[in-house]
Design a protein around this ligand. Structure first.
Ligand code: UDP
Length: 249
């Protein structure tokens, strides 16, 4: 599939829909070679401005999903609109559904002890016949890479979800991708926590209005410092837009 992309402050975001994403993932599993999927949101874009290693990981990812209302807003302001928001948390259950149908097995890595296991049990309850290769909390510490890679390669899943939060999960996948030899490796942030009920996702009406960040800030106030990236993101996008307008005059 030919994937069109949009540039948001120098970060590539693929202009895909949810159904295209599922089709692409199926294609990756059929190909069998390792692929990395990242779920880009405004915090990712701002982190990438400061962290060149993370920026490179996002550039080199096989698929960069448009996660986050802020990206859709920015893409419209910059005159290159993204079609749909495709989040890791919404896509994970759909990937599980597709995997149950296709016979793909999943490995759930990361989150606090017991959370990935609980997530796997819930996904299996909702999707009859879903194969779970294994679950493991592990750690994004590079010193534990060998141990985790051995564990995952022994379980030989088709799809690996990594929940260490950004940028750790994406850096982890990038440095281990080739030796993991798993067709689809995707960083999913707090998605296991949502599915297992450890944290509550914002209600749909808030998500639809682009206010998920407000819900997270109220329930997880320690995020305030990270969330300063959001107003900065808005200013940078507006600045880029103005710079383009001035250049044209
Ligand atoms: N996490 C982990 N090990 C770590 C750091 C984080 O397993 O060393 C897990 C944490 O338990 C949570 C997820 O990574 O399940 C990060 O969730 P968060 O919502 O912070 O991610 P975001 O989507 O904001 O990047």
């Amino acid at each position: 599939m030919n994937i069109a992309s949009v540039d948001i402050l120098g970060v590539r975001v693929d202009n895909v829909t949810t159904s295209e994403t599922l089709e692409i993932i199926q294609g990756y599993v059929e190909e069998g070679t390792p692929h990395q999927i990242v779920t880009v949101n405004p915090e990712f874009v701002m982190q990438a401005q400061r962290n060149t290693a993370f920026h490179r990981v996002l550039d080199e990812a096989d698929l960069a999903l448009p996660d986050g209302h802020g990206l859709l807003w920015a893409s419209r302001v910059l005159g290159t609109p993204l079609r749909e928001r495709v989040t890791g948390s919404d896509t994970l259950p759909l990937i599980a559904q597709m995997s149950a149908k296709q016979g793909y097995s999943l490995f759930l890595l990361g989150a606090a002890p017991g959370v990935a296991k609980r997530t796997a049990a819930i996904l299996q309850r909702e999707n009859e016949g879903l194969r779970i290769a294994d679950t493991f909390p592990g750690s994004p510490d590079p010193a534990r890479d060998d141990e985790l890679v051995s564990r995952i390669t022994a379980a030989a899943p088709q799809i690996l979800f990594v929940a260490y939060g950004a940028p750790q999960q994406d850096l982890w996948i990038h440095r281990n991708l080739e030796r993991l030899d798993v067709p689809v490796c995707m960083g999913v942030g707090g998605a296991f926590d949502f599915i297992a009920g450890v944290t509550q996702r914002a209600p749909a009406w808030l998500r639809e209005r682009g206010l998920e960040w407000l819900h997270r800030l109220i329930h997880e106030p320690w995020r305030w410092r990270r969330m300063l990236a959001l107003p900065e993101f808005v200013c940078r996008v507006l600045w880029q837009k103005m710079a383009r307008v001035w250049r044209k005059q």
